[in-house]
Design a protein. Structure first.
Length: 159
């Protein structure tokens, strides 16, 4: 099974049980590492994930993948190392839930026409977000966004 097919099958197998735990499957990455493979699974939820959430997700993913019937033997016989984590601050904002989870944070977006927008997420809906761009409210449609990420702020002063 090709890596892309394996990744797609992993998403199919892991999404429902993780959703049942209140977690969103944000990323699945399968990379070769010598004779083994490394399977990285990123999970998230509103309010962020705790270490307990990551530990519980690790147990569930491991349980599923160790059961060839439950997983459809998606990982096969080749050994692998499992890493379950949160997406991290450098994750691109690609879905409405990503914008929701980053309300109040500073984001930098590049639009499909090459314009750069930097502002604080004030609100969001299924189609776009409203940003405070230098004191002015600016609506940004998700369909117009080529890339967007949260910008890290150190020593932010609350206004």
């Amino acid at each position: 099974m090709a890596t892309d097919q394996t990744r797609e099958r992993l998403v199919e197998v892991l999404t429902p049980p993780l959703l049942a735990m209140g977690l969103d499957l944000e990323a699945v990455e399968l990379t070769p590492a010598g004779r083994r493979r490394v399977l990285r699974v990123a999970v998230d939820k509103d309010g962020g994930v705790s270490m307990d959430d990551v530990a519980d997700a690790t147990k569930e993913v491991s349980r599923l993948l160790d059961d060839p019937v439950a997983s459809g033997d998606v990982m096969g016989e080749q050994p692998y190392t499992l890493e379950v984590t949160s997406p991290g601050t450098d994750r691109p904002l690609t879905l409405p839930r990503h914008w929701r989870r980053n309300e109040g944070r500073l984001v930098k977006a590049t639009t499909r026409d090459g314009r750069t927008v930097r502002g604080r997420v004030l609100s969001h809906d299924d189609d776009g977000a409203v940003l405070d761009v230098d004191g002015t409210k600016s609506r940004l449609a998700y369909a117009d966004v080529a890339t967007a990420k949260v910008e890290l702020e150190f020593n932010r002063k609350e206004s």
